[in-house]
Write a protein that binds this ligand. Structure first.
Ligand code: 5GP
Ligand code: MG
Ligand code: MG
Length: 179
């Protein structure tokens, strides 16, 4: 892995595919243990979490369901601070054990708006499982129940995460290069 360019910016290697998949296997083992017999419903947040959700779901060895919603709050490398529901939830979550799958919790804005909407529908339980968390970027306190990596407050791409539409197909995670 070496420096790559996406649009006008340079990125340096940060997390290898092996490192990412290793942590996802650990997360899947923990979830399989915690949710055995509960038939959890995983709600993956598109677009960014599609790769994470896919790799995680394959590693679960319990009865589990998955569905998808699409929320968007980002433009370029900065949060717009405005969350749009582009594709909503089509599944009844009342009395279900829900696990939200998110690529990254940054300011917490997206989850701070979405979690109350879900709580209103009275799930049996509601937890978040995230690939990446930027604790230093927190502006809205949201529960991060399961987390693969806590990372510094720097913009990252790859493994499903984009910079203005590009970079999602990169197998590793890259970090914005300092000038
Ligand atoms: P939040 O609402 O927590 O500020 O941000 C949530 C969304 O912003 C994430 O689901 C993700 O789509 C996007 N985002 C936040 N930080 C990054 C980042 O470092 N890189 C990329 N590509 N997207 C990010
Ligand atoms: Mg996301
Ligand atoms: Mg994005």
């Amino acid at each position: 892995m070496s420096v790559i360019n996406v649009h006008d910016k340079s990125f340096v290697p940060y997390l290898s595919e092996e490192t990412i998949l290793g942590k996802i296997r650990e997360l899947a083992a923990a979830l399989s243990n915690d949710y055995a017999g509960k038939r959890p419903l995983f709600i993956a947040v598109l677009n960014g979490s599609f790769m994470f959700a896919s790799d995680l779901f394959k590693e679960l060895h319990i009865d589990a369901e998955i569905c998808f919603i699409k929320l968007a709050s980002y433009k370029g490398t900065k949060s717009t601070g405005h969350v749009i529901t582009a594709i909503g939830l089509d599944t009844d979550i009342t009395d279900r054990h829900i696990v939200i799958l998110e690529d990254i919790i940054d300011t917490g804005k997206t989850m701070s708006e979405f979690l109350p909407q879900l709580r209103n529908q009275h799930p049996a339980s509601l937890k978040t499982a995230v690939l990446l968390h930027k604790p230093d970027a927190t502006a809205y306190e949201v529960p991060v129940d399961y987390c693969c990596f806590s990372i510094p407050n720097k913009f990252v791409v790859g493994y499903g995460l984009d910079y203005d539409g590009l970079g999602r197909n990169i197998r590793e995670i890259y970090q914005l290069k300092e000038d």
